[in-house]
Design a protein around this ligand. Sequence first.
Ligand SMILES: Cc1cc2nc3c(=O)[nH]c(=O)nc-3n(C[C@H](O)[C@H](O)[C@H](O)COP(=O)(O)OP(=O)(O)OC[C@H]3O[C@@H](n4cnc5c(N)ncnc54)[C@H](O)[C@@H]3O)c2cc1C
Length: 403
Amino acid sequence: MVQQHKSSKTLYEQVVPIHDICIVISLPSLSFWEQQWLKNTDILIVGSGIVGLQSAWHLKQQWPHREVWVIDRAPLSLGASTRNAGFACFGSMGEILDDIQRTDEQTAYALYEKRFRGLQQLLADFGETAIGYEKTGGYEIFKPGAEQEFQHIANHIDNVNADLKTVAGENPFQLKSTAKLGMQVLENGVFTPVEGMIQSHLLYKKVQDAALSAGVRVLGGLTAAQPEKLDSGKWRVKTAEGYVFDAQTLVVCTNGYAAQLLPELQVQAARGQVLVTSAIPPLKWRGLMHADKGYIYFRSLGTRILIGGGRNLDFEGETTTELNTTDAIVQYLLNFLREVVVPGENFEITHQWAGTMGMHQNRTPIVQCLDQGLFACVRMGGMGVALSAVVSRELAALVKEQS
Ligand SMILES: Cc1cc2nc3c(=O)[nH]c(=O)nc-3n(C[C@H](O)[C@H](O)[C@H](O)COP(=O)(O)OP(=O)(O)OC[C@H]3O[C@@H](n4cnc5c(N)ncnc54)[C@H](O)[C@@H]3O)c2cc1C
């Protein structure tokens, strides 16, 4: 006799926490076919940011016959890759000196080199025009009152250049007059000729196109829970929406959210807030700007300005995955624009948003095998654009080595 099963109508009833509210959703149970498909996943990547998608692309190129899935909680990714400032940069003098103080020269320079190589690789992979790359160079500027900070940086330029010239092919940092910028800043700043800006949505589209055309399957709208190891050695990932993937290889690319899935990882979520102004014609400069050891960054966006940062106002409060902007930081960035960047100009804020970075004290990314078949490629800090092409290749090579 055929055994009677209970109705499966609410088999996938889930309690989904969305902010402070818990919503109970009922989904139809997965069909036999759907279950067969998902339970025979070769490689599952959680997180469809630029790192997850490039990792998937390299893994699929490595093994064209393996099924490679990328899932993300949001249709269009919802972390940093589509919410950043579009700096294709390596870090200012102020940031490098800060890094040396936190770690040591070798670690700080190695990270610089990785970003430099990463950017060259990114441009080679996707093309300058296609990702809207403009090699404008960038300035580090200093507010009146920051003379000591400027002097400290000026004193170290020759040493840092001597170490990084072989990496960059030229002196990456030069003292330069800021007179033509029209800003309320010290008369000299530090110019970096070797960096530029991209348009983040164009990079994201190119990365996504590469993954899709290689045959990677990308599904948005699936929020993964913590993975479980099965007796078979596979990794089971259940999603809040009732999907169950059993994967031979699982790669976590959730960056600032990594500790939610793998609590053993040392990754701190860090919110980054961004504003875009209305047009301010005629803007006297084009390119990237860094201030306050990299805690404030701004760039031209046509005749608009995009500005972000201010996390150092409230490190504790900004250690969050919440994606709202806050009055205090918006006001701080607005004051910086009015007092320092475009004094006397009329403008309004037309766009504002927040994204999530994955941080750690020593600012280095994690590309690691955590257990058999379980990998992480996370913690890209504020430099994931330049790093993504290198770390995703490292990840694919590591998976191959461990397979
Ligand atoms: C405001 C801001 C400005 C920045 N500016 C720059 C810049 O100018 N230049 C630069 O180089 N870098 C910048 N960065 C950093 C850069 O954007 C990141 O380092 C890079 O995008 C990281 O890519 P990723 O793919 O590792 O992570 P993300 O793009 O964050 O992708 C992680 C993905 O994981 C998904 N996810 C999380 N949890 C789950 C789950 N449980 N289930 C399923 N999916 C999940 C998220 O939805 C997200 O799509 C900035 C970041 C921010 C926030």
